[in-house]
Write a protein that binds this ligand. Structure first.
Ligand code: IPD
Ligand code: CA
Ligand code: CA
Length: 269
């Protein structure tokens, strides 16, 4: 992608992300209509839908040839990542949005012919914008994020992990996950995949691993984590396909191989 075009696209996308966040903040205490999707814990609100609609109408009006992959149904049905594709989660962490009114993010990744060019993760209530352009580093607001240390030991690491890994009949033997949990310094669960990616990029968490995420949960995060030298694969070290759901591991490169080889591969069912 031509760099001048990309810079303009970045500025425009940033403006929309901030505007959408501002609207959510203004309406945070308004009554919500909450519905469920695949199960009783899979929540969606009018705010999720309205925010996605805001992005879709602006993108289609300004860039009629751009395509959209998004969660709430206003996007396109894509079979490939050819062209310029916006991958959008209007609210990542809807459960947090509903229950906590914080700890959720707007996630927007822009890919060109399958290459992640731009990423935004906006922690709306904290007003923290994580952003990156491929090859130009990652930022938290105006502060450049430091490259992740390649000296990190797994014993000193904090890993984002949720309890689903410890349930029976999952992707990996339960005792192997228990071993991993005991090996690392601590585990955390924040309830927003996008924010967990941002925290890995920021270096305040060393890895985040989860069993099933959609493209809109991770597209922006991949670009931002890449720019700090982190790696994102599926939970077994394989490459990700942004057209489908997959397990995900994003982390400091110093611990990635160890997690994959000594735990995930070993415990794979
Ligand atoms: C969810 C959040 C959550 C993750 C789920 C996602 P949503 O996204 O990122 O942290 O564990 O798998 O579906 O539904 O709030 O956009
Ligand atoms: Ca999501
Ligand atoms: Ca969502």
């Amino acid at each position: 992608m031509n760099l001048t075009i990309r810079d303009k696209l970045y500025e425009q996308a940033k403006e929309w992300v901030l505007e959408a966040g501002n609207t959510i903040r203004e309406k945070i205490n308004d009554p919500l209509t909450i519905n469920t999707k695949s199960d009783r814990n899979d929540l969606v609100t009018t705010m999720d839908r309205n925010t996605e609609y805001f992005f879709m109408t602006n993108i289609k009006k300004t860039y009629p040839d751009h395509l959209i992959i998004s969660e709430e149904g206003y996007g396109d049905e894509l079979q490939s990542l050819d062209g310029t594709v916006w991958i959008i989660d209007p609210i990542d962490g809807t459960m947090n949005f509903v229950h906590q009114k914080r700890n959720f993010a707007i996630s927007v990744g822009i890919y060109h012919n399958g290459v992640g060019e731009i990423g935004f993760i906006y922690d709306v209530m904290a007003d923290n914008l994580y952003s990156a352009k491929r090859g130009e580093g990652a930022f938290k607001n105006k502060m450049a994020l430091s490259p992740l240390s390649d000296q990190k030991s797994i014993y000193d690491s904090i890993l984002g992990l949720n309890h689903f890994w410890l349930c029976k009949n999952r992707l990996v033997e339960e005792d192997v996950i228990q071993e991993l949990v005991k090996t690392v310094r601590g585990t955390r669960t924040f309830g927003s995949a996008a924010l967990e990616f941002a925290y890995v990029a920021e270096g305040i968490m060393d890895g985040y691993m989860t069993m099933g995420l959609d493209p809109w949960d991770i597209a922006a995060g991949i670009v931002i984590v890449n720019e700090t030298g982190g790696r994102t694969t599926d939970a077994f070290g394989g490459s990700l396909d942004l057209l489908r759901k997959s397990s995900v591991l994003t982390c400091n490169p110093a611990i990635q191989e160890k997690i994959v080889n000594e735990y995930m591969e070993k415990g794979k069912k």
